[in-house]
Structures are given as C-alpha cells and as structure tokens.
Design a protein around this ligand. Structure first.
Ligand SMILES: NC(=O)C1=CN([C@@H]2O[C@H](COP(=O)(O)OP(=O)(O)OC[C@H]3O[C@@H](n4cnc5c(N)ncnc54)[C@H](O)[C@@H]3O)[C@@H](O)[C@H]2O)C=CC1
Ligand SMILES: Nc1nc(O)c(N)c(N[C@@H]2O[C@H](COP(=O)(O)O)[C@@H](O)[C@H]2O)n1
Length: 255
C-alpha cells in the first residue's frame, strides 16, 4: 500500500508532541503512545483481526511519526494478529534516506517466529530493521530463531517479567531499551499495552505524548476495546481534522 503526501498542517500540529532533545525522565526513553480507534473506542473489529481504521492521510502521519522515533514497540497479541512491517514508509522530502525505527516486540513466552514473519522479509529486502524481542529470562530460546535474528542484527532481550507487577515490568523494559541507546519509542499497541500504560499513568509516568487517530466508524461490541482501568485525565489537548479522520494530541496528566 503506497502512502499519500503528508498534509502540511500536520507538521506544526505534531511538533510539540514529538520526542524532545531533553528527556523529562532520565531513566527511560521518551514515550509516544499512538494508535487508531473507532468512534466506539475499538482498535480492531474482533480479537486477533487486523482492521483498517485510518484514512491514508493519517496512515501517512503514522509513518511520519515512525521516522521521528528510534524504536517502535508492540505486544505479541499485535504481531500474531497483524504480522506487521513496523518500518517507515514516509519519505522526508528534505532527506535522501528513509529512517526506519527499531521494532521492539514484547513476547514474554517466546511464541513468535521471526524467521517466518513479514518483518523478516522486510529486513531481507532492506526496507527496515530487524527486531529486538523481549522475553522472560526463564524461557529457552529456539536456536533457529536466534540464528535468524543474529544474522540480521536483531536480538533477544531476556528480562525478569514473570511475577512482576505491570509497573515493575515496564520499568525494566524501558530502562533496558534506554541502555541500548533507544532514546525515543513509539508504542502502537495493542489493547492490553495501551490500557495498561494509560492506567499506570496515575502512579508512574510512562507516557510523554498521546496521539490518537479517530476514524468515523463503529466497530461493534465484538471489537477490541481501549478502556483503561482507571480515570485518565489529559492536558495540552489539541485536535486536527482531515478528509475523514480526526487526531487528538495530548499529554497524560499524572494528577
Ligand atoms: N488500531 C490500532 O492502531 C492498533 C490495533 N491493534 C490491534 O490490537 C490487537 C492486539 O491487542 P492485544 O491482543 O491486547 O495484544 P497486545 O499487542 O497488547 O499484546 C499483549 C501481550 O503482550 C505481552 N505483554 C504486554 N505488556 C507486557 C508486560 N508489561 N510484561 C510482560 N508481557 C507483556 C503479554 O504477553 C500480553 O498478553 C490486534 O487485534 C491488533 O490488530 C494493535 C496495535 C494498534
Ligand atoms: N495508524 C493505524 N491505523 C490503523 O487503521 C491500524 N490498523 C493501525 N495498526 C497498527 O499498524 C501496524 C501495521 O503496521 P504496518 O503497516 O504493517 O507497518 C499494526 O500492527 C498496528 O500496530 N495503525
């Protein structure tokens, strides 16, 4: 699927929500939480089903955002459902190169086969980076997968995830990514990750910017819902409207 030109008004609109040179937190990367949802707060029409919500112009915005981050992170539910490419297909008119973010997959039980994925093919055809895969430290690594990842410059990152609270596991994930010099991370989902991070914001600030595309569609009661477990308040709210979709940019209040 080819993208269309980025609407020029999106560049000033997004500016204040992009990764800043001086991080607000020295212990973790700058975090942008971004996803596309329906009017009834669904991000997919059924569990495990990839669902197109964004118009092409807001899809282009997603790729523009990918070009501004060092890494892009999704959970195992998302890679199993979508088999995503997670590269950057936005071409900055002022640059000769396309800068793709490093894909990060949280797969604690090591269920996903990189060697059989679209991400593998993307790397083979020189269109994106190989992933860093976060697994629990107790899990044995499949030697075939290790070899495929090593060969492409990706890696497994074993961390103590089991029996940890959500807050502890996110602290450990994000600080290990910062140690790998990934200073800005765009988190795209899926639902569990979005709901957890929004809910945790009360106790521990993990999200710096929130950028939500809202598509004018209802996906119905079987859809996968974004609904944090707690009340979440937003600051510095701005809206943009395009041909079809609207975009909300905000910071998440820690009050
Ligand atoms: N519309 C959109 O923008 C997007 C939609 N999606 C949709 O979301 C759905 C997938 O969402 P979910 O099933 O909720 O899966 P998910 O992608 O949120 O992955 C959840 C899994 O990740 C692991 N995980 C997450 N946080 C962890 C932590 N702190 N410690 C250890 N392990 C952790 C666990 O194994 C957990 O079961 C798919 O249908 C996909 O199409 C996904 C991304 C964006
Ligand atoms: N921005 C946006 N709009 C939608 O309608 C979507 N369904 C998604 N999904 C996310 O994009 C990933 C697919 O990325 P590739 O195009 O394969 O690189 C998918 O895994 C979700 O994270 N996003």
């Amino acid at each position: 699927m080819s993208l269309i030109p980025l609407p020029p008004s999106l560049i000033p609109f997004l500016k204040d929500y992009l990764p800043q040179p001086l991080s607000s937190c020295p212990h973790r990367p700058f975090i942008t939480l971004t996803y596309a949802q329906s009017l009834d707060s669904k991000i997919a029409s059924k569990p495990g089903q990839q669902t197109k919500i964004s118009h092409l112009e807001t899809k282009t915005m997603t790729h523009y955002l990918r070009s501004k981050h060092d890494a892009i992170l999704v959970g195992i539910g998302t890679v199993l459902a979508d088999d995503p490419k997670l590269n950057c297909r936005y071409h900055d008119p002022g640059s000769d190169v396309i800068s793709s973010p490093r894909p990060i997959i949280i797969d604690p039980h090591h269920k996903w086969k990189y060697s059989k994925s679209q991400l593998y093919k993307i790397h083979e055809s020189n269109q994106g980076l190989s992933p860093f895969i976060i697994i629990d430290e107790s899990i044995s690594i499949d030697p075939v997968e290790l070899e495929a990842l090593d060969h492409h410059g990706g890696k497994f990152i074993p961390l103590p995830l089991f029996n940890k609270s959500k807050s502890e596991s996110w602290e450990s994930i994000l600080s290990s990514l910062l140690q790998l010099n990934l200073k800005s991370i765009m988190i795209e989902g899926g639902a569990m990750i979005i709901n957890d991070l929004l809910s945790l914001q009360h106790d521990k600030k993990f999200i710096d910017s929130l950028i939500i595309t809202i598509g004018p569609v209802f996906l119905g009661s079987e859809g996968v819902t974004v609904h944090p477990h707690t009340n979440v308040e937003l600051d510095n709210i701005n809206w943009w409207s395009g041909i079809q979709d609207s975009i909300l940019c905000a910071n998440v209040s820690t009050k």
